[in-house]
Design a protein around this ligand. Structure first.
Ligand code: TPP
Ligand code: MG
Length: 688
């Protein structure tokens, strides 16, 4: 008997072979039972098994994995059972990743005894940013003394991607940051030269190694992904190095795609290279090595294979017959529960000082960061040199240092998406998008990754993420620094959206958002930050006490009316709308009640209904244009839920519906609502 490798034992190689063979049996059985298994789509690792097993077997319980739909051999080799994977194939209740909510080989795992896997979406390449977030989080914990590891036992993050997925823009952001920060991460690129039907020859030049050359701090290696021994040797060396040297690697593995793209997209439709691909099958290759090396005889190999097949068949039948999920369990997983359910602390403490809205937020951040070493702030220009373009983070960099308050490159996707990984490692990231107009590049991560993690991981991975976003039109901000975006955000289910109108609310809501285990977008009107707009002086107010906190989803009555014989109305609004409403209401003494929603999702329908029950009329007022908006949907909801209290259809007022706010100051003013426009609406409404 010869040794197949100088550094890896024959037994380990044989073990890896067993996992590869198990994976192949699984995919064969899935094909043979296509009638059953095609109910839900699946993809398998045929052809990719060697590099996957060589990598997955190294994942220890302290490690982190992000992977994609073709990685079932990684999952098996890290310790998952075929039965567990097949529970997901059939979307069953006990599917350990998602409880039947998402497809085969889309893992999420938060178990003590195995490597952790944050929620994995289907969006190709998008897992790279949360994965880099995990690596950045581990690095942060190490730098702050929040974690320490035995020598050589530090956690590694491995992120696996298909070759076509690496061309996605967000993959570049993730790799760029891993290089910039020298993160402890292994990027594993499985290059089978196929997208779905688009071939590498049409859609790329070079390969992932060409790309990695643009990020010099990433050490790159190429390997024949069908050569099990070479893959095992390389991956072991890479993992050992990352555990001690804490720096990024990229492994480019060439592999053949032997199976179908997915169960739905069949190889016969378009592949012209199948014969050549079959010649590169990693299984016969390792079998020949094992036999030629005298490790096992053909007969023994046949027995091993037959035994594994029998076991997989048995587990397949068990998974097929397992219980279906319970629908009601699904409804529990829209949001992770929060402890903040009551307003607490002093809103107007005796010793409180009049404080600008922007400083109320700053003080809230200071208080939180002093108390919570696991919190940190990052975004564009928030570092100590400037402290935010609105000076909203001024002093924080000096107080808490560059590790806890730092500038990022201009990468909104990374800023938002990395909070998933940060949150998974137990941190409390607070991030900033410089202007609401620039949230769009980050919206994909918000929708694809943050908002669905809790639901699709069956509650395993709630995402704490506090995203502060200056918003709104003021002082000729022009078309790219003035937009309202709340309607788009309010269409993303699974996040919360908050929009305070004054300093006390902003402070209390930042505290609640910080303690909320769900993603929260905090929209902060930049015109209210310093109360520079005439009529918005009340945004500056007495600063609440340090322990002041306001639950998300509770409105505030700004102006209350008592019932009279005259017609009355309620204005339902938020943000700057509150000040247009206050100004307009002055003309209608005792007739206009004003409700400041403070939070857009969740929304306080009780407060709205209570006010309308009293006044019988309502105007929904927003800075955003009304067409297809959150405001319009709210008035529809009011019309149906409060129908019996209403004497008139709910009215709406917002900006004029145009693609952008113009730069010219008079045009800016003309496009926005105003106290006069609100007063005209009130007059109209009170006629009914
Ligand atoms: C963002 C996004 N765009 C498109 C798709 C549809 N899609 C699913 S798989 C795939 C091809 C991915 O190819 P590659 O990354 O090379 O992985 P392979 O399947 O070859 O292993 C595409 C385009 C998707 N899932 N996500
Ligand atoms: Mg591919």
């Amino acid at each position: 008997m010869s040794n197949l490798s100088a550094s890896i034992s024959n037994e380990q190689i044989l073990d890896a072979y067993r996992t590869m063979r198990t994976a192949r049996h699984m995919s064969d059985i899935f094909e043979e039972n296509a009638k059953l298994t095609s109910k839900y789509v699946h993809a398998c690792s045929n052809g990719h098994e060697a590099i996957q097993v060589a990598s997955g077997r190294l994942l220890k319980k302290q490690d982190w994995l992000s992977c994609y739909y073709r990685d079932d051999s990684i999952l098996l080799s890290m310790g998952m059972k075929p039965y567990e994977l097949m529970l997901q194939l059939f979307a069953k209740k006990d599917d350990p990743f998602s409880g039947g909510r998402t497809y085969y080989s889309h893992p999420s795992l938060n178990r003590d005894d195995l490597a952790k896997i944050p929620h994995q979406s289907s969006a190709t390449g998008m897992q790279t940013i949360p994965a880099a977030g995990v690596a950045m989080g581990l690095q942060f914990r190490e730098s702050q003394g929040l974690d320490s590891w035995d020598k050589g036992e530090a956690p590694v993050v491995m992120c696996s991607i298909g070759d076509a997925a690496t061309t996605e823009g967000e993959v570049s952001e993730a790799m760029y940051m891993s290089a910039l920060k020298k993160m402890p991460i292994v990027w594993l690129i499985q290059d089978n030269e196929w997208d779905i039907s688009a071939h590498a020859s049409e859609i790329r030049f070079g390969d992932a190694a060409t790309m990695a050359a643009g990020f010099p701090p990433i050490e790159m290696h190429k390997v024949d992904g069908t050569d099990l021994v070479a893959c095992m040797e390389l991956m072991e060396e890479v993992f050992d190095t990352v555990r001690t040297e804490r720096r990024p690697f990229l492994i480019h593995a060439k592999v053949p795609l032997l199976g179908h793209h997915t169960s739905g997209v069949r190889r016969e439709f378009y592949r012209d290279d199948l014969e050549e691909a079959r010649e590169r099958d990693p299984l016969p290759r390792i079998e020949k090595l094992l036999i030629d090396g005298g490790i096992v005889a053909q007969k023994e190999l046949d027995e091993i294979s037959a035994q594994l097949r029998k076991q997989v068949e048995k587990e397949f039948a068990q998974a097929r017959d397992a219980d279906e999920p319970v629908f009601a369990d699904l409804l529990d997983h829209k949001y992770a529960p929060t402890d903040i359910v009551e307003e607490k602390g002093e809103r107007h403490p005796e010793s409180g000082e009049m404080t600008l809205m922007v400083d109320c937020a700053l003080h809230a951040m200071q208080e939180l960061m002093s108390e919570h070493p696991e919190s940190l702030l990052y975004g564009q220009d928030v570092g100590k040199r400037l402290g935010g373009v609105f000076r909203e983070a001024a002093t924080l960099g000096d107080k808490f240092g560059d590790r806890r308050v730092f500038n990022t490159p201009i990468q909104e996707a990374f800023i938002i998406g990395s909070t998933v990984g940060m949150s998974c490692v137990g941190l409390k990231p607070i991030v900033e998008v410089q202007f609401a107009d620039y949230i769009w590049p980050g919206l994909n991560q918000l929708f694809t990754e943050l908002s669905r993690s809790y639901l699709l991981s069956n509650g395993q991975w709630p995402v704490h993420s506090l995203i502060r976003v200056p918003i709104g039109a003021y002082g000729s901000g022009g078309p790219y620094h003035s937009s309202s975006v709340e309607s788009v955000l309010s269409n993303i289910r699974g996040i919360k959206v908050v929009y305070p109108s004054n300093g006390a609310d902003l402070k209390g809501l930042i505290k609640a958002a910080f303690h909320d285990p769900n993603p929260v977008v905090m929209l902060e009107h930049k015109g209210l930050y310093w109360s520079k707009i005439p009529g918005t002086e009340e945004a500056k107010c007495i600063e609440p006490s340090e322990d002041y906190i306001i639950p998300l989803g509770k409105a505030r009555t700004v102006l209350e009316v008592s019932p009279t014989d005259e017609a009355q109305c309620s204005i339902i609004t938020y943000g700057r709308g509150v000040y247009w409403a206050i100004e307009a209401a002055k003309k209608f003494n005792g007739l206009v009640e004003i409700i400041d929603l403070r939070s857009i999702i969740p929304i306080d329908m009780d407060a709205i209904a209570k006010s309308i029950t009293k006044t019988n009329r309502c105007l929904v007022l927003t800075e955003e244009p009304i067409e297809n908006s959150f405001g319009l949907s709210l008035s529809g909801r009011i019309a149906s839920e409060c129908f019996e209290s209403l004497d008139a259809a709910p009215h709406n007022l917002g900006s004029i519906s145009l693609p952008a706010i113009p730069l010219n100051s008079e045009m800016e003013a003309a496009i926005l609502p105003s106290a006069e426009k609100v007063a005209a609406k009130i007059e109209d409404l009170l006629r009914f």
